[in-house]
Design a protein around this ligand. Structure first.
Ligand code: CO
Length: 290
């Protein structure tokens, strides 16, 4: 009996070591951004990538962009090739990665996030040599009330020095139901920084410019600081928010309403506290990718 057990254990040991020798675990991180074609704005994506590389020096870090328009523009104008999430996962598979953590840089779990999740779910369903042993996607920056409270604290500290001024943040906005996250965040910001100190709007959904203006009119302050609430201070920040020559930009419209306006065009990706938060999300995910 004892002899039999020993035999089973020994054969199990050899079987598992033989298997391990054939397919050693290889862990990788895939970061996913919407992307930007503005060279001066890529710093925000690079900052989050570098923070991840520094936090996990033993795990290779790759990047993919979700915007095909941006990927094609980069290829055409700067000869830079950035893969889609699907291309990046196929390449990681081909290079022998067995365990991959996919961490999007998205702020809310909207349409873009859903699309990345769709790709990850599809790859995760592949059995055999074209699949991974473990493939998971991480959470975006804001997916619950606690995330909003953490973000509100970061924003409060970031703009604390702007006394006597109202900070107007421009988020992206989406018809997706995840747009509700902006209202949840505004609630958390008002709790953390006080009512009317930091007002959040979006370019493409609500709260709109008019909603923000209505909120500002309730307060007496006439001095504003405009800043993007986006990872990258790219096209939307430079054009829709702060283009002085575009009468439709928020800058022009607030000026027309009699406000004194200054701009602070730094993408969230370049806040050190955001990089730290991002690395925490990756760490949380990596713990499960095993
Ligand atoms: Co957009």
């Amino acid at each position: 009996m004892y002899k039999n057990m020993l035999f089973v254990l020994i054969s199990l040991f050899f079987a598992s070591s033989a298997f391990a020798a054939e397919t050693p675990d290889k862990k990788g991180i895939l970061l996913v951004s919407f992307g930007t074609s503005m060279p001066e704005a890529t710093g925000a994506i690079e900052a989050l990538t570098r923070a991840t590389e520094e936090a996990f020096p033993d795990v290779p870090v790759r990047i993919a962009y979700t915007s095909n328009i941006i990927r094609r523009k980069l290829k055409r104008e700067q000869n830079i090739s950035i893969p889609t999430p699907a291309e990046a996962l196929a390449a990681l598979n081909d290079e022998g990665f067995t365990h991959v953590a996919v961490q999007p840089m998205h702020i809310i779990p909207g349409e873009e996030y859903d699309e990345v999740k769709g790709v990850v779910d599809a790859f995760a369903s592949i059995q055999g040599k074209y699949g991974f042993q473990r493939l998971l996607i991480g959470r975006p920056f804001l997916s619950n009330a606690e995330d909003c409270a953490v973000m509100a604290g970061i924003l409060k500290r970031r703009f604390e020095g702007r006394t006597g001024k109202t900070v107007v943040l421009m988020g992206h906005g989406t018809p997706h139901m995840a747009n509700a996250m902006y209202s949840e965040l505004q609630l958390a910001i008002s709790r953390a920084a006080g009512e009317g100190k930091i007002v959040l709007g979006t370019v493409e959904a609500g709260p709109s410019f008019d909603d923000v203006l209505a909120t500002l009119k309730k307060a007496r302050g006439k001095r504003l600081v405009l800043a993007p609430f986006m990872i990258v201070a790219g096209d939307h920040a430079n054009n829709d928010l702060a283009d002085p020559d575009d009468p439709e930009s928020w800058l022009s419209r607030f000026k027309k309403e009699g406000y004194t306006v200054e701009t602070d065009l730094v993408g969230l990706g370049q806040y050190p506290e955001i990089a730290k938060l991002f690395v925490n999300h990756v760490a949380e995910l990596l713990k499960q990718v095993r």
